[in-house]
Design a protein around this ligand. Sequence first.
Ligand SMILES: [Zn+2]
Length: 301
Amino acid sequence: MMKSDASVLLFFIDGLGIGTRGPFNPLDNLPDANPLAVFQNEPPATFLDGIVVPTDPRLGVEGRPQSASGQTTILTGVNAPARIGYHKQGFPNQALVEIINAESIFKQLREAGVSPITFANAYTDGFFAERPRWISATTAAVEAAGMRFRTVADLKNDNAVFMDFTNRILIERGVDVLLRTEQKAAEVLARIASENRFTLYEYFITDKVGHAQDMLLAKQILTSLARLIRELLVRLDLQRTTVILTSDHGNIEDLSSRNHTLHAVPTIIWGAQREQIAAQISSLADITPAVVSLLTTDVSD
Ligand SMILES: [Zn+2]
């Protein structure tokens, strides 16, 4: 028996749900084919045979799904809102950090001997110098597993991707890096994914733009994000790498309100193992178990 060399890229997008068509949904009537343009009661238009699984972010707990508890659920497989009794906004509290410390996907994969595993995002020097008091679910998971954070130096060496993959936000903050096209960002992320058995990448701007209810900016970033995803998919060996794109809750798909929505989120799966993964997913709590099972299954050939 030998271990499979299957790999997974988990592409997390904050605040992307499955809405209805209409004037408040920036995904309606976009000019190009967009893998993220999934609408309720319509068969999804797929790109490179991706499978779309409408995924429950409400997890049986009353109220609007929120980031801290939703991301904790995605990154651990534990139904975090049910565990703490509510949907927790923003950053994880102690109860959520404890769930992450005990159950994070990085920790589970490491304990199962899946290696190498990585977090592709670059963090700025400011993050390390002035440690923010509140840290995200992902930051907590990376720290709990004792993993290295990629830095601006890695970004300059084409060995990391910033949360805003074009680097525009960094440049506006005065960081000395080059603006990247979607193609260039895709090239870097595809290479990182090809060198690791598990790669996490996170994108948050969708949620910010959803709260701001900015239709023009929403259409721009969703078009750019779709371009990144298309460029990424054509650069990956989809026989080896399974791409799982998911979100923690809806938001940007309905700009009539500044709140998160109650919609299902799209989990979109690409790659040779897509049917097997899709069959295992119905809520956010199913993502980590599906990834762990794919990467720890022995193959006998
Ligand atoms: Zn939000």
